[in-house]
Design a protein around this ligand. Sequence first.
Ligand code: ADP
Ligand code: GLC
Length: 511
Amino acid sequence: MASAAASAHIQATPTLCAAAKPPLQMHSEHPQRKRVLFVTSEFADLIKCGGLGDVSAALPRALSPQHDIRLLIPGYRQVVESGRPIRIVGQLPGLAALPPCQIGRMDLADGLIVYVLLNPALYERNGSPYVDDQGRDWADNHIRFARLGLAAAEIATGDAGIQWRPELVHANDWPAAMAPAYMAWRQASTPSLLTIHNLAYQGLCDMRCASELAIPESACGVDGLEFYGQLSFLKAGIAYAQHVTTVSRRYAREITTPEQGCGLDGLLRAKVQIDQLSGIANGIDESWHPESDPHLLQGFSAGDWAGKRANAAYVQQWLGLDDDGPLFAVVSRLVQQKGIDLTLQVAEHIVARGGRIGVIGQGEPALEAVMAELGRRHPGRIGVHIGFDESDARRLYAGSDFLLMPSRFEPCGLSQMYAQRYASLPIARCTGGLADTIEDGVNGFLFDAPRADAYRQAIDRALQVFDHPELLEAMRCQAMSAPLYWHQSVQPYDRLFQRLLSQATAYRALR
Ligand code: ADP
Ligand code: GLC
């Protein structure tokens, strides 16, 4: 196994090792300014598989004027080979089957500090953070992401040797959800917050892995991590974090119901009872600006659509589409959640009504294959690109007239907001964050039942609007001003941080 320090761009500094525990009060210039460790498995500057990557890049930056917020991410190949220098600042010992690691520090140009968990054997692989080149989950994902959670706990308790100690740990989704649990088992006095971006991914592993992960036996029951005979990382986070948020208000309610609770609704309802579950909506970051986005072929603004047409012309050529008819976009992970099967059922209808469909996405191999086949059956009318590229995705949002997003569930959804900002009207199911961010007939179209007939009716309404230029213009203008930038989320997060910290102080005083 290559040592982490031997990897490209990583420099070891001789000043680390058995450093004394840093005092809890260091570096807070202002009493309200708190030190927060944001733990995540994606970070769009370096690697993303979906919206979690976008949020992890945007939310810490939006909060950084108020707080000293730093990230902890795994040292995937895309991270250590990004060309950004990484300085080794900490060492972590092994525990059970969780191997020793180093902590590197990456200072980004805008001042954001990213701690990188380094262990080449665990993280430096070809493939995505979660799956190999064939789309199979990495067999040791439980080790890889338990290690991430444990590292966060070690940083929180001052046992990582880095000269910084958070006052709050903010864990995101199942890959980081063991952090609150390891913190509790280590009696950390630091409070933790878990944000659920998607309840459907829970990080399940065999109950027999408990000893490999150093999970105490007492935590393996139904009141702990046990979930229908397996261990659930997400359940660990929900059980041990002092507070749980999700990424829209409506999804926060939906996950307390048996229909959308993925088997965890009882536990989540109990969290509501004690005021420990709430929804804080995602925003979009300021790079999503149609006039200045450098990814676009040409910028545009409301009422001046020449730039929109230039992006449409690019997309047309790139996807081999004819140059007539409304353009419907799909920019999506190709997974069951996104209702791709419903889009397959309405695609012929769109083509029959003179529309074109442009698709960019990747995901489950079976859905990729049927999508690609759909494109082959309709040359010139449906163009499919399997894969993902940020510039092409942005040009498709900008060049399209409508975005298809018939999600079966949607915790928040960023794609519909990106589309709105770029004057592409979303046609979406009325669920989760889609219901919270789209006003039917004003800045997009909503339909209720997850069925092709309901979807088709919404598409027909959109086509009627397309045929009335003054209506289309009005809806585009409404859509462009609808999505909120991250500023709107700063205050609710800020209030929550302050609340968790004052509760923790009160609790410490009682002990
Ligand atoms: P989700 O996180 O469930 O995929 P969101 O709407 O919150 O849905 O976020 C989608 C974000 O991910 C957008 O930035 C979109 O352009 C991007 N995206 C879509 N498909 C992919 C993909 N296959 N790989 C990487 N990013 C993708
Ligand atoms: C998840 C959800 C999506 C949400 C994103 C960022 O991937 O599926 O709805 O917008 O996380 O929070």
